[in-house]
Design a protein around this ligand. Sequence first.
Ligand code: GLN
Length: 207
Amino acid sequence: MVEAHSNDLLIGVLALQGDFKEHINMLVDSGADAIEVRTYNELESVDGLIIPGGESTTIARLLIAYDLMDLLRFKINLSFPVWGTCAGAILLADSAPDLDRPTIGGIPMTIKRNAFGTQVDSFETDLQFLDLEGGDYHAVFIRAPLITDIAADVEVAACLSNGEIVAVINKNLMATCFHPEITEDTRLHRKFIELVTNYKIKKSSKV
Ligand code: GLN
């Protein structure tokens, strides 16, 4: 995997609620420049965005209150790279039947909130992640969702041993049901930085 070179790349972490600080630390440890995003102008200034874990209902409400929802949807349509983790993954799903408000959307998939019930609502497991060098990825699931259905062109990036889907990539969008920001392993943050870099190159070659 290529080293992240940050000088002209700025990655935002949506900082309305949830564990955004941990994502910032992981991005910085991966060699990227990163900022917390709460305003329209901050969202306009970044090359890609991470939506952290937290509470999807709260984040969905605050996205509207902070006037970010329409801009985010608009940018996603224009291939802006976004990575949703846990609650963030719920918000990127076109369909989240048990969320009581609209998602941001972008990935044609259905996601089920709190899919692992109360007894095992937190667990850890090793995953084989698509195109990730260096062996299995140790994933931490906390009151995690599960991707229950995907459109044919959505790429499955990781499954549990029983075949249930817990990570997908759909062009400029990535969604993981687990929490990559609370481990020491920065490989997925590096993967996202690579995705953002590729989209930035594509965009500048179009101008
Ligand atoms: N259960 C939370 C939700 O539905 C997500 C949990 C998390 O982000 N760790 O929004």
